[in-house]
Design a protein around this ligand. Structure first.
Ligand code: BES
Ligand code: ZN
Length: 615
């Protein structure tokens, strides 16, 4: 089968690149952006599965900003740099001198390249190391097919530098092209036009004509086949999971159409999905034109497809309009969570959308009690920390609640116009929170005076916790579940008379999450017998049940929990379990499971869980 070429009028703005955020100071990059920026990069890389490395060169096209500058500073982490060549003004190539500084734990190693003139292009010959923080290398036994190796990148937030020497800051944008070599029976795909990857022969080319921040450069390679879902969407996956994935995600085109209507035309041409192995540490990653997706959301009933809505929403918030620094992550994830839920409402109806809001809001309210107050602000203060360490649902759900609040105050009609104009105004640009506040003030707060004060908006953005008048999404369906829960707990209703046959996964999650954390073992085993919760095939439902069971000391789950922890590497579904096990006196058991599971986890997940056991 052939992928339909999907022609689109590429927004002209997307072809421009520059440092777009005026007030951005990104503490996580060494790049000397005031002197020189890379406008395009070309990658020429071999995917070497035997040595678990990418090897080849990157060629940067340079645009000089400062007439006296002769130096290019790039971000790297755990890269071996072999040599650097540059093309001078007259077209001749020369050797450049370079120094690779000592590695900083957070930022990596600064690569300083010196030229004798303002070079047009710079070529860095390098290879990544097996421990690259932004790559995972899987042996055949760790894949669905068991026959081919697999590798993929995860560059957000600051991991692109572990596989490309690059100006690794979301304040700037580059176009890119690539030539990738793999073993002949492996297919590579990238966050780019993938038509050069349709013939599987080990030699692939890619082109990304729209300027993107470097954290969106992405690659995956493995035993990948593909199947079209619509004129604009296809799935790349190992053959064993391809059909199930297509069945699960066949609403993707509808999601795109609905989002186009609400927020302006999709700007990126095709929208394909890449199914990753279960060790992928996230639910999804919004790599442009090709979202990376965990297989743990293929539940068989579309109950977890809000993930697709989420990654698709990033095509507007995040990929089109980008946070200038990682302290502004909420501009990216908060807007995306809001848009995600609007898409879900359009495609699956208000009731489901509200249930998803309520589940997330409950999760946020629980989390706010456990993390340090400064980390509960939308505009994070990272103070040199790795963005991964401050990662939480605050930028997501608090950000979403803020936008729901504005929607409720101004009315949906006015708010939709505001959001659509915002995406258009900042398309292919990056902005800071301060710039957003200015925009909000001018285009919403002052346009309709007396509705929401600037102080109130600033309270949401800069103060810890939730404002006292924050929206508190409630769902009638959940109220009914609550009534049944109480009736059961007080002995007024029997388990088998609960209307669980009609419950959605969301109602199940609400039910489990709201059971008392000190439920007697007899009650736990009654629940388990009645509903077979320990053997749940829905990863989210299983996770909720295991959390409850660990908290309650209900030990019948342990064999299944072992399987869950060993088979899945998605941080959200495993990290809280390890923490709960340690907290509830099961450290030794958990450590044993971890020793077995660790080699199959992504470096990011390994780092997070190592830290739990080091405490
Ligand atoms: N972009 C994120 C993943 C991410 C964020 C990676 C920050 C590194 C740093 C992705 O879009 C995401 O948010 N995924 C969520 C989806 C969920 C909220 C539906 C996930 O992985 O769980
Ligand atoms: Zn996201």
């Amino acid at each position: 089968m052939k992928l339909t070429a999907f022609a689109t009028s590429l927004a002209l703005a997307g072809l421009s690149h520059s440092v777009t955020a005026t007030q951005a100071v990104d503490q996580h990059t060494y790049a000397n952006l005031d002197d020189v920026i890379s406008t395009h990069l070309h990658l020429d890389l071999d995917v070497d599965f035997a040595d678990k490395q990418l090897e080849g060169f990157v060629e940067h096209t340079l645009e000089w900003k400062n007439t006296s500058a002769r130096t290019l500073v790039l971000d790297t982490r755990d890269l071996e740099v072999d040599k650097v060549m540059y093309q001078g003004r007259n077209g001749q190539w020369h050797k450049a001198s370079f120094t690779l500084a000592k590695r900083d734990d957070v930022k990596g190693a600064k690569l300083t390249i010196r030229f004798k003139e303002q070079a047009k292009k710079a070529r860095v010959y390098y290879n990544s190391l097996p421990q690259a923080s932004g790559l995972q290398w899987l042996t055949p036994v760790q894949t669905a097919s068991k026959t081919h190796p697999f590798m993929y990148s995860q560059s957000q937030a600051i991991h692109a530098r572990s596989w490309i020497p690059v100006q690794d800051t979301p304040a700037m944008r580059v176009t890119y092209s690539a030539r990738i070599n793999t073993p002949e029976d492996v297919r590579a795909v990238m966050s780019a036009d993938n038509s050069g990857a349709l013939i599987k022969d080990g030699d692939y080319w890619f082109d990304m004509p729209q300027a993107i921040p470097p954290y969106l450069i992405a690659i995956g390679a493995g035993n990948l086949e593909y199947k079209e879902m619509s004129h604009q969407t296809a799935i790349f996956a190992e053959p064993q999971i391809l059909d199930a994935s297509v069945a699960e995600f066949n609403d993707t085109q509808t999601m795109i159409n609905k989002t186009n209507a609400m927020y302006g035309e999709y700007a990126w041409g095709r929208y394909d999905l890449l199914m990753l192995p279960p060790s992928f540490p996230f639910g999804g990653m919004e790599n442009p034109r090709l979202s990376f997706i965990t297989p743990t959301v293929v539940a068989g009933d579309k109950s977890l497809v809000n993930l697709i809505a989420h990654e698709l929403a990033h095509s507007w918030s995040g990929n089109l309009v980008t946070n200038a620094t990682w302290e502004d992550l909420w501009l990216n994830e908060g807007f995306t969570s809001y848009v995600e839920n609007r898409i879900m409402e359009e495609v699956f109806g208000r009731e489901r959308a509200v249930m998803e809001q309520a589940l997330d809001a409950a999760g946020l309210r629980a989390l706010l009690k456990t993390i340090a107050a400064p980390d509960t602000r939308l505009n994070l203060k990272l103070n040199g920390r790795d963005p991964d360490d401050a990662f939480s649902s605050v930028p997501y759900t608090k950000g979403q609640l803020f936008l729901i609040y504005l929607e409720e105050q101004f009315g949906r009609e006015k708010f939709d116009v505001f959001v659509k104009d915002y995406f258009k105004t900042y398309a292919f640009k990056s902005l800071t929170t301060a710039e957003f506040v200015e925009y909000l003030k001018k285009n919403l707060l002052e346009k309709y005076p007396g509705v929401v004060s600037l102080e109130k908006a600033k309270e949401w953005i800069f103060e810890p916790g939730l404002p006292s008048d924050a929206p508190n999404p409630t769902s009638d369906a959940f109220d009914k579940v609550d009534a049944h829960t109480q009736a059961w707990l007080t002995g007024k209703q029997d388990l088998n008379s609960l209307p669980t046959d009609s419950w959605s996964v969301h109602e199940w999650l609400h039910f489990i999450n709201n059971l008392p954390r000190d439920l007697a073992p007899t009650k736990m085993s009654k629940l388990d017998k009645a509903f077979n919760l320990t053997q749940s095939t829905n990863a989210e439902r299983a996770f909720a049940w295991y959390m409850l069971a660990v908290g309650n000391g209900y030990e019948a789950i342990y064999p299944a929990l072992d399987k869950h922890l060993t088979g899945i590497g998605r941080r959200k579904l495993i990290v809280p379990l390890y923490k709960a096990l340690v907290k509830h006196g099961k450290r030794d058991w958990a450590y044993q499971v971890y020793q077995n599971a660790r080699p199959g986890y992504h470096p990011l997940a390994q780092g997070t869980i190592d830290a739990i056991f080091e405490q």
